[in-house]
Design a protein. Sequence first.
Length: 101
Amino acid sequence: MATKAKAAREGLAGLRNIGPAMLLDFKLLGITSVADLAKEDADALYLRLCALTQARHDPCVHDTFAAAIHQAKTGEALAWWDFTPIRKTRQQNGSFPPVNL
């Protein structure tokens, strides 16, 4: 399990679940550090990414944002799929933000 100190030392690439594609997404979104990421919201990042790319991204991208933000804030490195049930519940009850392109 990656610690908060390890993630801070290694940067965004040191976070669990973060690979080359997500690092490019962070760059596009202007997120350059774990400290930057800790100030973000998964809904806002997901909607910004969709708007910037003019494409509806797989909702699992939202889950990955949620997991990375959680780790950036707490140091707890959970799998991205741990956040999927929360998102699916929000989608079912209408509280997940719609992507308007």
